[in-house]
Design a protein around this ligand. Structure first.
Ligand code: FE2
Length: 238
C-alpha cells in the first residue's frame, strides 16, 4: 500500500514529539504492508517556524533507518497545505511542498461551515498554475458535511479526494463514517490514506484495517485502486 497523508516527522506539527516515535510509526507502517509513505507536516507550522530543512533531513534519516533495519518502506517529501490566498505562490516558489515535487498537491480546505468564493478561486488558481489539488479528508469537514454534490462538482472540475482510514473505521463518529461510505458508494473517493499523527490511539497508523474493510465491502480491484494504483500515480506525478 501507499500512504499519502502521514504526520510521522517529529517536532514539526501536531505529530510525534521525538524521532524515536517517528521510527516507531515507520516500523508500524511497514508491518502493515505500506511500502511508500508521504511525509505531510502542516504547512502552517513548518513555514511559521522555518522548519523546511528539518523535513528534508528527517526524511533522509528515516530512509537510512529503513535500509539499516531492512524495512521495505520508502519515505517521500510532501506537505499538508491549508488553502489560503498565499498557497499558490508558496507552491510555485517551492515554499509549500507538493507531493514528491510533482504536480499533485495535498490541500486542506478551511474548517468553515460553508465555503465562500475565495475557496473556489484559490483552487482554480492552483490548477491554472499546473497544480492538481488532492483535497484532504473532506468527509471530516463541516463545509462538505453530507454534501456529496459539492464533492462531485470539485472532482468534475479537476480536483481529487483523499479520505482518511479512521473515518471509514468509525473513529470520527457515525456521521463521518456514513458520509465516507456514501462517498465510496458514489465513486467520489480517489485515495484512502491514514493521516497518522501518533504511535497509538485514535490517530495511529490504521491503513491495514481500512484495507481489510474495503477489500471485504468493495472487492480487490477497488482496494487496489484506492490504496495502491491511484496513490502511486499521484506520487509519481503521472
Ligand atoms: Fe493531516
Amino acid at each position: 500500500m501507499i500512504d499519502l497523508h502521514n504526520h510521522l516527522l517529529a517536532g514539526l506539527d501536531d505529530g510525534p514529539g521525538t524521532f524515536d516515535e517517528s521510527k516507531m510509526i515507520l516500523d508500524k507502517s511497514s508491518k502493515q504492508g505500506i511500502t511508500k509513505l508521504l511525509a505531510t507536516p502542516h504547512k502552517k507550522d513548518v513555514l511559521e517556524l522555518d522548519l523546511s530543512e528539518m523535513i528534508l533531513s528527517q526524511v533522509q534519516l528515516l530512509n537510512q533507518y529503513a535500509i539499516q533495519s531492512e524495512l521495505n518502506i520508502q519515505v517521500f517529501i510532501g506537505m499538508e497545505n491549508h488553502l489560503d490566498k498565499y498557497l499558490c505562490e508558496q507552491a510555485t516558489n517551492g515554499l509549500a511542498f507538493t507531493i514528491n515535487y510533482g504536480p499533485y498537491i495535498l490541500v486542506e480546505p478551511p474548517y468553515v461551515d460553508s465555503f465562500d468564493a475565495d475557496f473556489y478561486s484559490q483552487l482554480n488558481e492552483l490548477q491554472s498554475n499546473g497544480l492538481l489539488p488532492l483535497i484532504a479528508h473532506p468527509e471530516r469537514m463541516k463545509g462538505f458535511e453530507n454534501n456529496p454534490n459539492l464533492i462531485e462538482n470539485l472532482k468534475n472540475s479537476g480536483n481529487f479526494t483523499q479520505i482518511t482510514s479512521g473515518s471509514i473505521l468509525g473513529k470520527f463518529g457515525s456521521t463521518v463514517e456514513n458520509f465516507s461510505k456514501n462517498l465510496l458508494d458514489l465513486g467520489l473517493v480517489d485515495v484512502i490514506s491514514s493521516d497518522t499523527h501518533m504511535i497509538k490511539g485514535k490517530r495511529e497508523q490504521d491503513l491495514l484495517d481500512a484495507y481489510t474493510l474495503i477489500l471485504k465491502e468493495y472487492g480487490e480491484d477497488f482496494a487496489e485502486n484506492v490504496f495502491r494504483k491511484t496513490p502511486e500515480m499521484f506520487l509519481l506525478g503521472t
